[in-house]
Write a protein of this length. Structure first.
Lengths: 310, 364
């Protein structure tokens, strides 16, 4: 040990220095780009402030949160998001898992088919939104044609009808993201060893019994992960809505006009950006969304751990 | 308990045989071991009996009933897999209850039967554990319990001890044998371990290269191997086989040794190869005994001490080394000469051309 010469030691950096040199830039960047905005926006959520106004933030305590949580106008956006997330994620799970069950057995061309099914997932949501806007168009879109409506005057106006608009967004989201659920399900299904089914066949289990007692529990961890990812994404839904409906159409609810597809993220965007630029209020709303997402994620992760450990 | 019959059962993968047409009857309550090196078709045979693998030709009968094309679940069998095949997401109790639940039996009777079987296998304390948390031996006990719980007509076991540590293997061997005796269930047991086969089987079916080489009791396959393969494969070490030339009651062996063939063999040998011809002399290590007046002269090549006995490796000539069992009392230094004689009741002869045993009264 003492035979190490000192000059040699000085020329090289110690492990500790090296580690610090690699980590410090990352940490600094993280603090500047993530931690600081997070804390600063938390502060702003307790103030009345507009980013385009020279007036400094004015402390208003919980007023913003009270407004977000009690005003029907905002409550509507949460309700839309919740309904959207529930319907969309459920459908994606059913369609995605169904597709995975069909594609589980290899057949000629199944690889190509799987790849083709994955294509929607790889497109930009802005592009998908623009395309489906045309597809849903009652006068020249193919969607209504497929459904058998040839007369544009009687064909349903998917994006303009307050009863249908949210479903239209759901349909596009399901089209785009069911493949993701399928991919995760396929990974889960193909990881189930064949011998479990052999053992079950010997144990005289019917196909349904095997599905319920072996297939489902074995893929459950991956299904939960798919649900978790898709729910978080659904709660953040912004780009598809902006591309398809922009949050509309409007509907008179009591005395208030509400936008039927205006998700929380769309509302946030409107609040935060000019002309409204209500920075304080939108920060509060963003924090409410963050807390909801953390809460849901925790529930899922708990469920996941329960499935894993039993 | 079922009698299982295989009639010209074969399995082909493409043009090559995994199992060439074979006939076999496994009597009710019998413990039959399919023994052979890996790739010999023994597991394929077992899987065909179970229905997990389809036959390409032939018939399988259970108690005279054709089950060749029945689904495994319709054959009333239990299968014990080499790697346990336990349902990893279920506890031991749920695993054992699975076959009964699959049949929709009432909850109470399932609970009772599961406890009964758990007690039989002494795994009551493991019932709430998941397979991942159990040792290999305990996992296989759970798998055995799952097989037993339904009281099937036959047990099929595919190297059930193959994945276990040596210490578990010995005790599990005894447990399975005991279970078989208690249940008196028809059992077909696949293994590549000839010691296991000899210890457990009522009957041993030796397979090699997709063909049944011999079907007999452990004593028969050990003492009267049907051919050179069985002679070499059974026993550790296998039978000593020395190339020689037979003429007029004597076999000329390497190293200018001569062995006088016991007189009761002469006719048989003459019928098989004539009065003059090549022959292979076979004997088990315990059939030879060191004796100064013995007819076969050798040099001690090396010796292994086996605790209760010593195994001598004796060099007859450069190409021929035989294994001879000796008491542990005497010391045999390497390089010293040693002569041995053979127990006339325990010598066997093989025809080098057909590789088949020459047997008194012909081959059965």
């Amino acid at each position: 040990m003492s035979s190490y010469s000192h000059p040699a030691r000085r020329r090289h950096l110690g492990d500790k220095r090296l580690i610090q040199m690699f980590i410090i830039p990352t940490v600094v960047l993280l603090i500047l780009m993530n931690v600081f905005p997070l804390i600063y926006s938390l502060y702003l959520s307790f103030t009345e402030y507009s980013a385009i106004n020279p007036t400094p933030p004015k402390w208003v305590g919980l007023d913003n949160y009270k407004k977000v949580l009690s005003d029907n106008l905002y409550w509507h956006n949460f309700a839309v998001t919740g309904r959207y997330a529930l319907i969309s994620v459920s459908l994606q799970m059913i369609v995605g898992f169904g597709l995975a069950m069909l594609l589980k057995e290899k057949f000629k061309g199944s690889g190509l088919l799987t790849t083709l099914i994955l294509v929607p997932m790889m497109l930009s949501p802005a592009v998908v939104g623009a395309f489906w806007k045309n597809i849903f168009n009652p006068s020249f879109g193919i969607f209504d044609q497929f459904l058998g409506y040839s007369d544009p005057n009687t064909a349903p106006e998917w994006l303009g009808d307050p009863d249908l608009a949210l479903w239209a967004v759901v349909i596009v989201d399901v089209w785009m993201w069911s493949p993701f659920v399928m991919l995760l399900s396929l990974a889960g299904l193909s990881a189930i060893p064949d011998y479990l089914y052999e053992a079950a066949a010997i144990d005289r289990a019917s196909a349904w019994f095997q599905f319920r007692r072996i297939t489902l529990p074995q893929v459950m961890p991956l299904l939960l992960i798919a649900v978790l990812f898709r729910t978080i994404e659904a709660f953040k839904q912004f780009d598809l809505v902006m591309g398809l409906t922009g949050g509309g159409p409007s509907l008179l609810q009591g005395t208030q006009a509400v936008n039927v597809t205006e998700t929380v993220s769309v509302k946030l965007f409107r609040l935060a950006m000019p002309p409204q630029a209500q920075t304080g209020l939108s920060s509060a709303m963003a924090y409410v969304v963050l807390i909801i997402i953390i809460a849901i994620s925790n529930l899922y992760i708990r469920a996941l751990n329960k499935v894993r450990e039993g | 308990m079922a009698t299982i019959e295989l009639i010209n059962v074969e399995k082909k993968f493409g043009p090559s045989y995994a199992v060439k047409p074979m006939n076999m009857t496994i009597h009710s309550g019998e413990f039959v071991v399919l023994l052979g090196p890996s790739g010999c078709g023994k597991t394929t045979t077992l899987r065909m009996i179970s229905g997990l693998e389809a036959v390409t030709d032939g018939q399988i009968l259970f108690d005279g009933k054709d089950v060749t094309w029945l689904h495994p679940s319709d054959r009333d069998i239990a299968f014990v897999f080499q790697f346990f095949a336990l349902y990893s997401h279920m506890t031991a109790r749920e695993n054992i209850a699975f076959p009964l639940q699959a049949q929709g039996e009432p909850r109470d009777s399932i609970r009772k039967r599961v406890e009964e079987v758990a007690k039989m296998l002494r795994i009551e304390h493991l019932m709430n554990a998941r397979p991942g948390g159990l040792s290999g031996g305990d996992q296989q006990r759970v798998a055995l319990a799952r097989a037993l719980v339904r009281r099937p007509a036959a047990f099929l076991m595919d190297e059930p001890l193959g994945a276990l540590d040596a210490e578990f293997r010995e005790s599990m061997r005894a447990e399975i044998k005991r279970l078989h005796i208690e249940q008196n269930a028809t059992t077909v047991y696949v293994t590549h371990d000839q010691i296991e086969a000899m210890a457990m089987g009522d009957r041993v079916v030796v397979m090699s290269a997709a063909v049944v080489q011999q079907n007999g009791t452990p004593a028969e396959v050990y003492h009267d191997p049907a051919n050179l393969f069985v002679a070499k494969f059974i026993g550790s070490p296998g039978m000593n086989l020395i190339q020689g030339h037979y003429a007029d009651g004597r076999v000329a062996l390497p190293g200018d040794n001569r062995y006088d063939v016991p007189a009761d063999w002469h006719t048989t040998i003459h019928e098989a190869i004539g009065r003059d011809g090549d022959i292979i002399l076979g004997f088990r290590p315990e059939a030879a005994h060191i004796s100064a007046s013995g007819p076969i002269a050798t040099t001690v090549y090396t010796t292994d001490l086996h605790g209760s006995y010593t195994m001598l490796h004796l060099e007859i000539d450069r190409d021929t080394i035989v294994d001879v069992r000796a008491g542990r009392g005497t010391n045999y230094p390497i390089g010293t000469p040693a002569r041995f004689d053979l127990d006339p009741a325990m010598v066997r002869f093989f025809d080098p051309k057909t590789e088949m045993a020459i047997r008194k009264g012909g081959n059965p």
